[in-house]
Design a protein around this ligand. Sequence first.
Ligand code: SAM
Ligand code: SF4
Length: 326
Amino acid sequence: MAVDRFGRNLHYLRISLTDHCNLRCVYCMPEDMVFQPNAELMQDDEILVLAGMFAQLGFNKIRLTGGEPTLRKNVVELVREIAHLPGIDSVSMTTNGILLPRLAENLAKAGLKRVNISLDTLDEKKFKTMTRWGSIKDVWEGIQAAEQAGLTPVKINAVVVRNYNEDDVLDLARLTLTHPWQIRFIEMMPLGGATEFQQQLVVSAAEISRRVEREFGELIPLHNGKLDGEARVYRIPGALGEVGFIASVTKPFCALCTRARLTADGYLRLCLLREGEVDLLTPLRQGASPAELRQLILDGLWQKPWGHGLAHNEVAVNRVMNQIGG
Ligand code: SAM
Ligand code: SF4
């Protein structure tokens, strides 16, 4: 069992399968983003070796992310292999959904349990502005494909950005009246190059939930009002689905964090919002033994920071979001 020096039991690994993406969301990366060459990224066998080591250390929950994880060649095979690693209970994915019509069924058959799909607005023009390149129709078809394939409950991630989509939270929340989805409103986090934009245009979860309550009435807290993962989850009275609020900036959930991240280029990242990392890929390629790699991982996990430092204006600038895997 892996623990850090604060006694947190770490068992949830997010693996970024690639930093590449078929969108360019304004809060995630610059339009002229330059991606890493594939040779610098973990190859399939390297992902499996490292994922297997984390599984041996007690990590039982894996989320595949990116960049856009569905762009990874062999993503179905990777899911199958990861899902079959001894000790792994669940493999899920965060995706922009665009390629799900092609992939959802095979991913589900390979052992993927659930997907979180990003959708920030139901307004086509705003969607294009926020993703720079995307079309809602593609994402919508991705959501349908996920449902049909049984990748449920579908969770929808919406990052709320001032002057871009804060008015759209109502239309998104309204979807839960007729769909058994969980719509999660996420505070924009500052990272890497776009820090000023991200800090100036953040909308707090408290503000978003006030808007939703003004429109739909008092929200009913679920899970006894406690955090479900990173979200506080509620139901609009009479709704089929749920709304969630992820207040990473204004109400950090660091004390309950059980996560570690593996970047697409094979670094163990201890906190999304702190720069500290441990290179695992170089030693792996240089022939480090399983025992040496295991020790590197354990030492890194032990040093996991207590939490992020956004309240003190400490921002991690060494990577942008798609390189770490949100
Ligand atoms: N491409 C996939 C997607 O968009 O779902 C997976 C990777 S993306 C980096 C993972 C999640 O991080 C998405 O839900 C995205 O909206 C969110 N995200 C990206 N940049 C963010 C930021 N600055 N603050 C908060 N969430 C962010
Ligand atoms: Fe791509 Fe996801 Fe980042 Fe949007 S949030 S640019 S879809 S990685």
